[in-house]
Design a protein around this ligand. Structure first.
Ligand SMILES: [Mn+2]
Length: 423
């Protein structure tokens, strides 16, 4: 027996894009189509790889009031699979529960849509020992208990896939819908759990039963960065081979973090950014890129960036160069977290609180006795199991204490200077 399936989830068709401050028409058009284009690539992948089945683990649509355009395009893609003799198995999740269906468009006969009771469906009805897909759909948006108890028991000798939209082991950052644990999934004895819901691809368990989130097919906001796609899985008598990731996204979200320390003029910052944007495009494998810039650090550039209009100007210039290319790189926003430069020597000479504070830290690190005292005082903290989790390094050497004092001075100085109106 050989069997190849494509595992996808969280298509979120017709999803609006969040976190873009302004958008030019060309970029807006690509973004509007992005979830559909990713879906088209997914269908083409199934055809090119001659898959036996496509599995979609929920959140096909973005909203319960799914758009007609999304439904029509979804069915159209499935019909292309039907023409090639490829089966499709779909379950619905919290974004597209069964009670949210608006227009009911008939599905092609190659498609099995799971209902609100779990059931086992043979991939090939003619083959009594072939692979089986067991799945269930959310009847309604809020499913707060595990859906696993309703799943059929595994038929011996048949490769069995579970298809489910669920939060395993309370994955943070995702609603606790259909919560279950990895142990629960393992206990079913299935061969592969094709999951959806967590948007970042994760192989939770890499041996039978494999437990896999493919992530969404298209990133939709600044926190869904990097390549997005699906897994292709080959199965033979030995079981499933390692899932192979294939990107199907059309637009990639990226983050450019830039330190302004040591930069002295706008043109140095700008040309540095130009280079980084070029790199982003080179690394994006032919995809469009939407990126945000995070400006950090302390330096002379802070004053210039704080002037009204400077950052808008920067974005305008970058987009003038890169946003009209094909593929484009579009700057969707800038977060300026820069701070003003600190002249420690000048502050140390000051006859104020900051000057006294710096003189004190200098005194502490010079005095072996004070360093030893401090080390003794801090030792219990470093031995405390809970505090340990938040502490880096150790206090094994006297110099570790000096490093700690230097870091503390840095933090305190930043707060003190900014508090006094320095930026
Ligand atoms: Mn989702």
């Amino acid at each position: 027996m050989t069997f190849r399936f494509v595992h996808a989830a969280d298509l979120h068709l017709d999803s609006p894009f969040k976190g873009i401050r302004e958008t030019d028409p060309h970029v807006a058009d690509v973004l509007r189509r992005a979830t559909f284009d990713a879906y088209a690539r997914l269908i083409q992948l199934c055809l090119d790889r001659r898959a036996d089945a496509l599995l979609v683990a929920g959140d096909v649509f973005d909203g319960a009031d799914r758009s007609l355009a999304a439904q029509v395009q979804f069915v159209r893609g499935l019909a292309r699979l039907q023409d090639a003799g490829i089966r499709a198995f779909i379950c619905h999740g919290n974004h597209d529960p069964l009670d949210g269906w608006g227009a009911r468009i008939p599905m092609p006969s190659n498609v099995h849509q799971f209902g609100e009771s779990a059931e086992a469906i043979a991939v090939d009805p003619q083959s009594p020992s072939g692979p089986v897909v067991c799945g269930i759909s959310y009847p309604t948006r809020e499913v707060r208990s595990s859906l696993l108890p309703g799943f059929p028991t595994r038929e011996p000798g048949r490769f069995t896939i579970g298809l489910l939209h669920a939060n395993v082991d309370a994955s943070p950052g995702h609603e606790a819908y259909a919560p279950c644990t990895l142990a629960d999934l393992t206990a079913t004895g299935y061969d592969y759990w094709a999951l959806g819901h967590v948007h970042t691809r994760t192989i939770v368990r890499d041996q039978a039963p494999m437990v896999v989130y493919p992530g969404n097919t298209q990133g939709r906001h600044p926190n869904e960065r990097g390549p997005r796609g699906v897994y292709v899985v080959d199965v033979d008598e030995q079981g499933a081979a390692s899932p192979a990731f294939v990107a199907v996204d059309t637009v990639r979200w990226e983050q450019l973090d830039v330190q302004i320390d040591g930069l002295h003029d706008d043109s140095a910052l700008f040309s540095g950014l130009e280079d980084r944007v070029g790199d982003l495009l080179t690394q994006a494998d032919g995809r469009h890129v939407v990126y945000r810039i995070g400006l950090q650090g302390r330096g002379a550039m802070h004053e210039s960036l704080s002037r009204t209009g400077t950052i808008d100007e920067l974005v305008t210039q970058l987009n003038a160069t890169w946003a009209s290319r094909d593929p484009f790189a579009f700057c969707g926003g800038v977060v300026d977290a820069t701070r003003s430069e600190i002249d420690r020597e000048a502050l140390l000479d000051g006859k104020d609180f900051i000057g006294d504070f710096l003189a004190l830290t200098d005194e502490v690190v010079r005095d072996e006795g004070l360093v030893a005292d401090l080390r003794q005082e801090l030792a219990p903290l470093y031995e405390n199991a809970r505090a340990r989790r938040y502490l880096e390094g150790s206090l094994a050497r006297q110099d570790d204490v000096r490093d700690l004092v230097a870091s503390a001075e840095d933090v305190a100085l930043g707060l003190l200077v900014d508090d006094e109106g320095g930026g």
